[in-house]
Ligand binder design. Structure first.
Ligand code: PLP
Length: 240
């Protein structure tokens, strides 16, 4: 198992380096978030031994368990990447180092209050739905280039979130349509990057430098289109 994870990781890192080089970037501008959801502690320990420090979880109970298990490894950075229910936000406020999936104002407001109570701050990504698929979470920006109402809505939401004192907006997160042709996936990532560039002017009170996009199936395209954080699960943890 250990061997397998290390081999998988080396392959993923090589692919990240190659994709970065193709777009004139350096691999150290790209953070690999190893998505360890549903993986046992031994798998995380193996990835940690192979140099991984950024891990992604999508259930708050699992985050609590794993953060406790690895409490001694205080250089681990926990990314919460999943949809967050109201009643599960406290553990994210307490243990997550990044939150990738703010998809509504109310969850940001709740986190801000809980963060204030425990004296923490949390950098986060605003999740956007750029493909317009009904199954996707995130702010609807499916027609943002042509629809002033959508631009108004996303910039107003981002400005409100940026004003919360315990939260730091650091960029956008998106997911490409599952199984779509490569050119469609690329378009989703390009449109996300352009929206971040637009937001840089529209909402200067937030930082828009980070882009969380790309998973096992599409992380190379995401890197070519500007991703700073790729969230990769199966390519690292799947048994070969
Ligand atoms: C599970 C998950 C990933 C990782 O997906 P893989 O296909 O296993 O790489 C990335 N992002 C989110 C939001 C996820 O839920």
């Amino acid at each position: 198992m250990d061997y397998c994870i290390e081999v998988n990781l080396n392959r993923v890192r090589e692919r990240i380096t190659a994709a970065a080089a193709r777009s004139g970037r350096s691999a150290d501008q790209i953070e690999l978030v190893a998505v360890s959801k549903q993986q046992p502690a031994e798998a995380i320990a193996a990835a940690y031994a192979a140099g991984v420090r950024h891990f992604g979880e999508n259930r708050s109970a699992e985050l609590v368990e794993k953060a406790a298990h690895f409490a001694a490894d205080d250089d681990i950075v926990w990314h919460f990447i999943g949809q967050l229910q109201r009643r599960q936000s406290q553990p994210v406020a307490a243990y997550a180092d990044f939150f990738h999936a703010v998809d509504r104002l109310s969850i940001a407001q709740r986190l801000d209050r809980q963060l204030a109570e425990i004296g923490r701050t949390l950098p986060l990504f605003i999740e956007i739905n750029i493909s317009g698929e009904a199954s996707k979470h995130g702010f609807d920006v499916s027609r943002w280039e042509d629809d002033g109402g959508q631009r108004e809505a996303i910039s107003a939401a981002a400005a409100t979130i940026a004003d919360f004192s315990r939260i730091e907006v650091c960029g956008l997160m998106t997911m490409a349509p599952w199984g779509a042709p490569q050119n469609e996936i690329r378009t989703v990532f390009q449109r996300t990057r352009r929206l971040a560039e637009w937001l840089r002017d529209a909402v200067p009170s937030a930082d828009w430098d980070m882009l969380s996009m790309g998973m096992t199936n599409d992380f190379e395209i995401a890197i070519e289109e500007g991703a700073t954080h790729v969230r990769v699960g199966r390519a690292i943890f799947a048994k070969q």
